[in-house]
Design a protein around this ligand. Structure first.
Ligand code: FES
Length: 132
């Protein structure tokens, strides 16, 4: 069975980060969030956001090898940001206020989302009308 090694960055204090190594057995179709969920079963103190698991809410956002990604949408097999055999560095998003470990306050996203008007399809014109 293939394994992956992670270094997860936690927020022990505001000044010093706690970094912990984890290994995970990989199965077909696994995403980073599946591995982190397993780490949490072994280390219940690890702060971890869990929500939609469908790439909709953004609460699982984290920096994976220095790139902002959704953990629930980042596949462990063949994803260009997760290379076989390398240690995967997980950090909380640097641009959002830290709540703990990998958890950041993403409420700003929800506030901005409420200000965006709902999509309204335009009325057909001469170019787009059926039969034009
Ligand atoms: S859990 Fe909602 S986007 Fe990943």
């Amino acid at each position: 069975m293939t394994q992956a090694t992670f270094q997860a960055s936690g927020a022990a204090t505001k000044v010093r980060r706690r970094v912990q190594d984890y290994t995970a057995d990989l199965g077909e179709g696994m995403v980073v969030l599946d591995c982190v969920t397993r780490f949490r079963q072994r280390s219940p103190h690890l702060g971890l956001p869990l929500d939609c698991k469908a790439g909709k809410c953004g609460s699982c956002s984290a920096e994976i090898n220095g790139k902002p990604r959704l953990m629930c949408m980042t596949r462990m097999d063949g994803h260009r940001h997760v290379k076989p055999g390398e240690t995967i560095i997980l950090e909380p998003m640097h641009t959002f206020p830290l709540i703990g470990d990998l958890v950041t306050d993403v409420s700003w996203n929800y506030r901005v989302n409420k200000m965006i008007p709902a999509f309204q399809p335009r009325k057909p014109d001469a170019r787009t009308a059926p039969g034009a």
